[in-house]
Design a protein around this ligand. Structure first.
Ligand code: R5P
Length: 297
């Protein structure tokens, strides 16, 4: 097996390769003055099982293009197959038409990945469990919930909280993993045009120790608003577990200033230095991904 990485996931790819006792294979990347890229695979890949690890968070389009170019280069160089490990699948929230006239961006991305020759996709904590069905190639959906459970079980007398009704399934699975831990869910309203989160109520009993669990943090407003509501209802220790640190806009500042004590995320997306903050703790999905890759080697 040969493992390659795009620029978005270098550290994670290095860790996965190390876990598999392999070395990351080399790619030559040249950027032209106008921003276009030329990609060349340096290693010999004829008849090899190849893996490309590339998260497609910000800058989403750029990261997708890199992944597509690397896949194309591998296929042209004779790779037996290409597995794209996309720890954070960009455009996943646009998986259906919300308002008439919209594009289904995720479907477009999937069509392109398949057309360029990706044979299999491995991804982590998708926004909807139905997304793998949109692929015509095998799509493996891993979850960081077991990682979260390991940490949450060390915490005393906790209530799990979903910051929106869409996250109920996730919270139910986690509650089961933790032997039926109690949970609550917040009803949030997000204005589709402005993105502003409006009214909120909470279903379920709030305890002093509240653990908010979500798939991703983008602007951080879902978490900040949820934490305010939990604090109003009596929670004093509020922590967050979210798989993908998308961290757009001023998310880091908002989270640092929020009522949340600690924010646990994973390394599906590399958090740049300027986006790191004191309350942040990063757990690693290295083993999850390596274990999945080992199954087919
Ligand atoms: C929404 O349904 C997702 O599960 C997240 O709660 C959401 O994407 C977080 O976005 P933001 O951080 O911008 O509020």
């Amino acid at each position: 097996m040969k493992i390659f990485s795009g620029t978005a996931s270098k550290t994670l790819a290095q860790n996965v390769a190390k876990e598999l006792k392999l070395k990351l294979s080399e790619i030559e990347l040249h950027i032209f003055p106008d921003g276009e890229k030329r990609i060349r695979v340096v290693d010999e890949v004829v008849d090899e099982d190849c893996v490309v690890i590339q998260s497609t968070s910000t800058d989403t389009d750029k990261n997708y293009m890199e992944l597509l170019f690397i896949t194309d280069a591998l296929k042209r160089s004779g790779a037996k197959n290409v597995t794209a490990v996309i720890p954070y699948l960009g455009y996943q929230r646009q998986d259906h038409v919300f308002r008439s006239g919209e594009a289904v961006s995720l479907e477009v991305v999937i069509r392109i990945l398949e057309a360029v020759g990706v044979d299999r996709v491995i991804t982590v904590d998708l926004h909807s469990i139905k997304i793998p069905e949109l692929f015509h190639i095998p799509a493996v959906h891993l979850s960081a919930l077991s990682l979260f459970a390991e940490n949450i079980k060390k915490m005393p007398n906790v209530v799990l909280v979903s910051p929106d009704m869409g996250g109920i399934r996730r919270i139910e699975i986690l509650s089961k993993m933790l032997g039926g831990m109690p949970y609550a869910a917040i009803e949030k309203n997000r204005d589709l045009k402005s993105g502003i989160i409006e009214a909120q109520t909470i279903h379920g009993k709030v305890k002093e120790y509240a653990v908010i669990v979500d798939d991703m943090i983008s602007t951080g407003s879902t978490i900040a608003v949820a934490a305010d509501l939990l604090a109003k209802k009596g929670a004093t220790e509020i922590v967050v577990f979210a798989t993908h640190p998308v961290f757009s806009k001023d998310a880091s500042m908002l989270l640092q200033k929020s009522k949340v004590k600690r924010v646990y995320v994973t390394d599906t997306i590399e958090v740049l230095k300027e986006k790191q903050f004191e309350k942040l703790e990063v757990l690693s999905v290295t083993e999850l991904i390596a274990t999945e890759l080992k199954k087919n080697s």
